[in-house]
Design a protein around this ligand. Structure first.
Ligand SMILES: [Zn+2]
Length: 323
């Protein structure tokens, strides 16, 4: 199954950073442990995306060369960078060429920036996906999002959270096991679910803003799902906590990986059961009900919506244009 595409199984159009154009190849992961050994055995078909302090390597700047593209180095090109002490993660198989390519993420954060600059061409640079994400292709973006999230998880699980001993990489970077024989705790990559919701009241919707956002920007409300809570409960709780509105008819729409550092945004629509706003200023600066006409003329009021490709914008646009 080298061309597995999860989206063939669903009718959803994935959000940006969530295209999943990669076979995650769990069978291979389960059959091996050390990613360095696995790379060594597949050098001819391996591609490596180096990351420096959670920044991926890209080529081409938007203004000069069109959209930036992530750089995937052939294993031979990256040979000087791959070392046993550097975190290496097998991401999965890409089958867009005649022959499957094995993709790896490599952390090179320990190398000084000057040394790295000399390794690559002048047109390449390390950049934060959060800033560059909207400019890059969705499939590439999803691979970079995946790599970033995995590297972040590894660096927070070098030591066992149960006994404090060092952990050992297993399953090609998809599991860490405590090195203490008396403990042996297994650690798995984690994703933190967050709900993001568009609340409707007939022909108007509820949008809010946080004080740290650019002036004039309004977006959907959002918050983390807490332990022991359902998605529906988290949605109703967050809206009530932030603006005092009660909601029902909560319906899941679509999701977006948000690896900054490790969230999964679950997008929902909900219907307001009460409309009076009691804004919790500890959480948000402002919230208002906006009609369709107001949103269609948002700029004239000195306001704007979140950028295209964000899940919040899609939730709003789905309602605005009745898609
Ligand atoms: Zn332990």
């Amino acid at each position: 199954m080298t061309d597995f595409d999860a989206y063939r199984l669903t009718e959803y159009v994935p959000n940006h950073l969530g295209f999943g154009g990669l076979d995650r190849d769990a069978l291979t992961r389960d059959a091996h442990h050390n990613p360095h050994e696995f790379l060594h055995g597949n050098v001819a078909s391996a591609l490596i995306t180096p990351h420096w302090q959670y920044r991926g390597l890209f080529a081409g700047e938007a203004e000069q060369h069109g959209k930036p593209e992530p750089i995937f180095l052939a294993a031979t090109e990256a040979a000087g960078l791959v070392a046993p002490h550097r975190q290496l993660i097998y991401l999965g198989k890409r089958a867009d060429a005649a022959e499957a390519r094995y993709l790896f993420a490599l952390d090179v954060s320990d190398l000084p920036e000057e040394r790295l600059a000399s390794q690559f061409s002048q047109q390449s640079y390390f950049a934060e996906l959060r800033e560059i994400g909207p400019m890059i292709d969705g499939r590439d973006g999803s691979v970079m999002a995946y790599a970033r999230a995995m590297l972040y998880w590894h660096y927070r699980h070098i030591y066992c959270g149960r006994c404090g001993q060092k952990t050992i990489v297993q399953k090609l970077g998809h599991q860490r096991k405590c090195g203490s024989a008396s403990c042996g705790e297994m650690h798995f990559p984690r994703t933190d679910p967050a709900v993001i919701m568009l609340v409707r009241d007939g022909e108007r919707v509820l949008l809010g803003r946080q004080a740290i956002w650019p002036e004039g920007m309004y977006s959907t409300l959002a918050g983390f799902v807490e332990p022991g809570e359902t998605i529906e409960h988290a949605t109703a709780r967050e809206v009530y906590e932030e603006v005092g509105v009660q909601v029902g008819d909560i319906r899941y729409q679509h999701s977006q990986p948000w690896p900054f550092p490790s969230s999964l945004m679950l997008g929902l629509h909900a219907k307001a059961l009460s409309t009076e706003l009691q804004i919790n200023h500890d959480e948000i600066e402002d919230a208002q009900w906006f009609t369709r006409d107001e949103l269609l003329n948002f700029e004239a009021q000195g306001k704007f919506l979140p950028r295209q490709l964000s899940i919040s914008r899609r939730l709003i646009d789905d309602w605005l244009y009745q898609r």
